[in-house]
Design a protein around this ligand. Structure first.
Ligand code: DAK
Length: 258
């Protein structure tokens, strides 16, 4: 599929997916979401890719769903189309690690898209928000659910009910982002993190991602059992033998994803 609203580059085992509608602050329209879903699916099946970095530009990761596209839609339209439902599922179904590198605005669907990734690294210029209330609607792809799990009820209510933006420092304090870096260093930091991840064994990476995500779905005792069983299962892999032998032999492990 040839892309017009995103740019994808695969290098050194990292797929860099860049949202590319700069004139519209990377607003998410149907074409962009469909291209993004396709890129994520391809990255999942491409053996050369071990980690994905999703980013925008310096001004905006994405300023939300495209308001111009949505303004004419009726209830019947959005309900029957299930606006962005399938595309979001492609993003969250990716089993390889996905990092969001956020600079500038991550608003509405943009903030929600960043939260669909495994973790967020942002620049000191980042601004997060769920301003849908200003449009007479509400968040629809995670802004009341993933955000609440990430930063707690008080801040999630505040963000959703007032529509205010949260800056990078507040986002880090609240646990929405894992790291803040100066804007110029954002991509270096995100690609560095992706590079570190890409060196690990894919079986461990996928198991870790699945176990952390299960923590949102299960009570603690079941989550701990799930984690333990996943841990046990990794002893069936060659990577476990290699990782532990390499430690004992004082050498760098050569993981083979087996
Ligand atoms: N949609 C369409 N165009 C947008 C846009 C957006 N969300 N955000 C910005 N733009 C466009 C502007 O219209 C403008 O285009 P022109 O007028 O030049 O043609 C251009 O980007 C530059 O924007 P500004 O001139 O406004 O730039 P400023 O620096 O002054 O302000 C801003 C930047 C990001 C603060 C401002 O543009 C802004 O407030 N944007 C809207 C933010 C917003 O309200 N986002 C939430 C949208 S609602 C669901 C799926 C998805 C969703 C819900 C449900 N389901 C599956 C159930 C998501 C909903 C949303 O995200």
């Amino acid at each position: 599929m040839a892309y017009e609203t995103i740019i994808v580059e695969v290098e050194d085992h990292i797929a860099l997916v860049k949202l590319n509608r700069p004139d519209a602050m990377n607003a998410l329209n149907a074409q962009l979401m469909s291209e993004l879903a396709d890129a994520m699916k391809s990255a999942q099946t491409n053996d050369k890719v071990r980690c994905i970095v999703l980013t925008g530009n310096e001004k905006a990761f994405a300023a939300g769903a495209d308001i111009k596209m949505m303004s004419e839609k009726s209830y019947t339209d959005v309900f029957t189309e299930d606006l962005f439902g399938a595309e979001c599922a492609e993003v969250t179904n990716v089993r390889k690690p996905v990092i969001a590198a956020v600079s500038g605005y991550a608003l509405g669907g943009g903030c929600e898209l960043a939260m669909m990734c495994d973790f967020i690294i942002c620049s000191d210029t980042a601004k997060f928000g769920q301003p849908e209330v200003n449009l007479g609607v509400m968040a629809g792809i995670g802004g009341t659910q993933r955000l609440t799990r990430a930063i707690g009820k008080a801040k999630a209510m505040d963000m959703n009910l007032t529509g205010r933006f949260m800056d990078a420092e507040e986002a880090e304090r609240a646990g929405l982002v894992s790291r803040i870096v100066p804007a110029k260093k954002l991509m270096e930091e995100a690609m560095g993190a992706a590079g570190k991840i890409a060196e690990k064994g894919m079986v461990s990476l996928m198991a870790i991602k699945e176990a952390v995500n299960q923590s949102f779905e299960m009570p603690l005792d079941q989550g701990l059992l799930f984690e333990r069983r996943m841990f046990h299962s990794l002893f069936a892999t060659e990577d476990q033998k290699e990782g532990m032998s390499a430690f004992i032999d004082k050498r760098t492990p050569q993981f083979r994803d087996k």
